[in-house]
Ligand binder design. Structure first.
Ligand code: YK8
Length: 177
């Protein structure tokens, strides 16, 4: 796997969770810019294991002539029961892209950790792994891996940049920047 984001933000842990994992203006705007369309989400629901789960469906726009222009996707997010409101949140997101070539071979697992640093600061870590459900032929595997990493890197760099913008807006004039 790879660690794509590992940074302290001048945003509280609680606020960071709200930005990324609720139907926030931030996430709506970000999806708009990424041309992620038709997003719908269930609400967070308590699991028997003690964690919480929600499922998102959306259509991603892909700018690769080899792959196609769009793909529907399903993202299942699990908030681990070890999470503590305002202190520590661990979310695993499994993302299936249904309409790309070899879609039945792989999925992506994104792990988000939000750790309280102080009252107004948190550390965000995003760790990603491409997982295989079937064993593809070597060449196919490297094709999937290469395309997934470049797409994911682009996405998370952009997300980090937008979070920095949000941080700047939130701290502006608050006096404790
Ligand atoms: C979520 C992983 C792979 C996929 C894409 C397909 C490669 C196909 C390989 C063929 C286009 C928002 C990605 C990047 C699309 C975007 C997905 C996003 C960023 C050629 C063999 C969508 C997080 C996420 C997870 C997985 C990403 C896909 O919140 O390369």
């Amino acid at each position: 796997g790879r660690l794509f984001v590992n940074r302290v933000f001048h945003i509280s842990a609680e606020k960071m969770f709200d930005l990324l994992f609720t139907d926030s203006n931030f996430m709506r705007r970000f999806m708009d810019i990424r041309k992620i369309i038709g997003a719908s989400s269930t609400s967070w629901q308590r699991e028997e294991s003690g964690g919480m789960k929600r499922t998102l469906n959306f259509t991603i726009t892909i700018n690769n002539p080899l792959i196609g222009k769009f793909s529907t996707a399903t993202e299942t997010q699990t908030l681990y029961k070890e999470s503590r409101e305002g202190q520590y949140y661990m979310i695993d997101a499994e993302v299936y892209t249904h309409d790309v070539p070899y879609h039945d071979y792989f999925y992506t697992q994104n792990r988000y950790c939000i750790i309280r640093n102080s009252k107004h600061k948190c550390r965000l870590r995003i760790y990603t792994d491409v997982k295989y459900k079937k064993h593809p032929w070597g060449l196919v595997k490297s094709f999937i891996t290469k395309n997934s990493w470049s797409g994911l890197e682009d996405y998370f760099r952009h997300l980090e940049a937008e979070l920095l913008e949000e941080e700047a807006e939130l701290t502006q004039g608050s006096g404790d920047a």
